[in-house]
Ligand binder design. Structure first.
Ligand code: 15L
Length: 268
């Protein structure tokens, strides 16, 4: 791929990983951006910019073919921080993309956009959003934003509801939610290149037997995960949720029980 691809959140855990792994896959014209410069090598093209600054974002999206949008607060935070960084930041990015005629956006959504679904439910690309946190709500917003900009302005998008993207699974929950770095890279690559994409929802999960998600849409688009959490010795995994009965009921785990003031029985 010689066309320009912008990676937001390039100093972060997953944005940084993708900034490197896409280059290894043969992407020749990659530009990274973030509000601070961290773990960026000399040979990588990087521009400092804050997603809250619309003018700056409009500048850096000029001449860009596709955006891999991973720039956001990656966990729960205050309503105000999530609003400014994740919601307004993402809105700025899509609007700048529209002005600059960017063709595609790959959006880092999260399992926390659907976290209040019970673990007994098997979800697919049509399952309704059930955000479990301000953070999850910002991801649900990003998915709707992607849908709107695809339908209204023909900016193609793939939203990846990422489970737990780590080097290896660490906790029992990850037997259902884990995705390896190379499998996430594969999904992002499909999002950038697949011809038949309009607005897609897929699950960011490796081939896990205990998955809560039917990811057949990703498979239709050519996703063939190379990894599986099943291969890891489950005795070595931590049981971080096991003291939190509520977390064990819902897909979002401890994100659902944090600051919970609701009625568990009413959550359908
Ligand atoms: C996420 O969306 C977070 O960014 C990550 O830190 C994990 O909490 C992950 O979900 C998960 O649910 O395991």
């Amino acid at each position: 791929m010689n066309k320009k691809v912008l990676v937001t959140g390039a100093s972060g855990h997953l944005g940084g990983m993708l900034f490197r792994s896409l280059a290894n896959l043969g992407y020749k014209n990659l530009v990274g951006t973030d509000l601070k410069k961290k773990n960026i090598e000399k040979k990588q093209k990087f521009i400092l910019a804050n997603l809250k600054n619309f003018k700056a974002i409009t500048k850096i999206t000029k001449g860009v073919h596709a955006i891999v949008h991973f720039g956001a607060i990656p966990i729960e935070d205050t309503q105000s921080n999530i609003l400014q960084n994740n919601i307004i930041g993402t809105y700025n990015l899509f609007e700048a993309a529209r002005i600059n005629k960017v063709k595609r956006i790959i959006f880092a959504s999260s399992n926390h956009a659907i976290g209040f679904h019970r673990r007994t439910a098997k979800l697919n690309e049509f399952s309704n959003q059930k955000p479990d946190s301000h953070y999850g709500l910002s991801k649900a917003f990003g998915e709707e934003l992607s849908s709107f900009y695809a339908d209204k302005f023909n900016i193609k998008s793939m939203c990846i509801r990422i489970g737990s993207c780590l080097k290896i699974p660490e906790d029992k929950r990850h037997l259902s939610t884990w995705i390896s770095y190379r499998d996430l890279t594969q999904l992002v690559d499909i999002g950038i290149n697949h011809k038949a994409i309009h607005h897609e929802i897929v699950y960011g999960a490796s081939k896990n037997k205990k998955s809560w998600w039917n990811n057949s849409r990703a498979y239709q688009l050519g996703y063939r995960p190379a990894d599986s959490a099943d291969r890891f010795n489950s005795h070595l995994l931590t049981k971080n949720e096991y003291k939190d009965k509520m977390a064990l009921l819902f897909q979002g785990g401890v994100f659902t029980s944090a600051n919970f003031k609701g009625d568990i029985k009413s959550i359908k």
